[in-house]
Design a protein around this ligand. Structure first.
Ligand code: PMP
Length: 359
């Protein structure tokens, strides 16, 4: 079997264990004679998958009964609008602007014409750092993106805030331990296609007291309440994506849970940052050191020709997905949960060799 080393930003690689289990169960789920995507979401079989998925999310994050787990659709992008539509009656929405994805979330606040304010931004230095902020005012929420997939920055401590945090965790959900209560977290949402499986489902973890504050003209499927009251099955849920999410969560649990995942991810990222830092300036990382992401690493070589050569040479070595995002150019290695330490090691070795040959 020829598998590539896949450093794509998303959709991205899945763990082999997850793929193998999905493959084994594709046409015959647990000996029942059908695949999970072929059966009613109202069936006992799917209900077990749903319950297991919710249970694992609760267990991994240590959530108590104050939190609800929902599965919405429309990706994290619809999540930007849902935050405004469901929470804006509670007061002002505060935002921390750390790049493209928070800008898009802000755009939805503008479209909805809700009361909002940007309290910090790292735009002044091309989003290369996470601003240091604290919110001492009441408000509906303080919105942030915990990992900035394009600019490759990540919060290593969440801001203190009087208003509950709303977190777009699309590119780092389930990659580290997180205490929801201690951090005053109101909502975490994420497109699943990076750390949580495949595109189609958007897990949302929400504090129960934040549910039910939508205006009366908010469409049924855009209300968190609809999902909460109907086990996320008011209409047909993305059942296969939820099933894959359950396999991903089982795999995380088997590896030791979120603390093990966090340690594994930190070690992986260190391998690449060490190469960048010891390359005598051949590689330039985009993020400032204290804001560096353990999930995405955006960097460049001395010029765009060498960047292109890097991508082509990496391809020859069976490594794909290393071209940078169009907003930043250069190169980007995405090393989400599913990427094996051995693959990151191979990339680090390749980078060293490339610098030696082209420096
Ligand atoms: N937020 C972040 C941090 C992302 O990286 C992405 C996708 N790359 C999105 C939101 C948008 O997610 P979706 O495509 O699921 O709408």
């Amino acid at each position: 079997m020829a598998r590539v080393m896949n450093f794509s930003a998303g959709p991205s690689a899945l763990a082999l264990d997850v793929l193998n289990q999905a493959k084994n169960e594709f046409m015959d789920y647990k000996g029942l004679g059908f695949g999970i995507m072929e059966i009613s979401h109202r069936s006992k079989t799917f209900d077990e998958v749903y319950q297991k998925t919710v249970g694992l999310i609760r267990e991994l994050y240590g959530l108590d009964d104050d939190y609800e787990v929902l599965f919405t659709q429309g990706g994290a992008s619809l999540g930007f609008a849902m935050v405004c539509l469901n929470l804006s009656s509670l007061g002002r929405g505060y935002y921390i602007d750390t790049g493209v994805w928070t800008q898009k979330a802000l755009k939805e606040a503008q479209i909805q014409n809700i009361d909002h304010e940007v309290i910090a931004s790292s735009k002044d230095e091309n989003y290369s750092y996470i601003p240091n902020v604290e919110l001492n005012k009441d408000g509906a929420y303080l919105y942030l993106c915990s990992n900035n997939t394009i600019y490759a920055t990540q919060y290593h401590a969440l801001p203190r805030s009087k208003a509950p945090l709303v977190i777009d965790a699309s590119s780092d959900i389930f990659s580290y331990e997180l205490d929801f209560k201690a951090n005053n977290i109101g909502v975490v949402f994420a497109g699943a296609q990076k750390n949580a499986g495949i595109a189609g489902v958007t897990p949302v973890i929400i504090k129960k007291e934040l549910i039910g504050h939508h205006a009366q003209n908010v469409p049924t499927l855009l209300r968190y309440e609809t999902y909460a009251k109907n086990d996320s099955m008011f209409n047909t849920p993305p059942s296969y994506a939820i099933y894959i999410l359950s396999l991903v969560l089982e795999w995380i649990k088997k590896l030791g849970g979120l603390s093990a995942m966090q340690a594994r991810n930190a070690k992986k990222a260190e391998l690449i940052y060490n190469v960048i830092d010891s390359s005598n300036g051949f590689y330039q990382g985009h993020a400032k050191k204290d804001s560096r992401s353990n999930m995405n690493i955006s960097f460049k070589t001395p010029n765009s020709e060498l960047d292109a050569k890097f991508v082509a040479s990496a391809n020859d070595e069976n490594m794909i997905g290393l071209k940078g995002h169009k907003h930043l150019g250069g190169l980007r290695a995405s090393i989400y949960n599913a990427i094996e330490p051995s693959e990151v090691k191979a990339l680090a070795e390749f980078m060293k060799e490339f610098a030696r040959k082209n420096g």
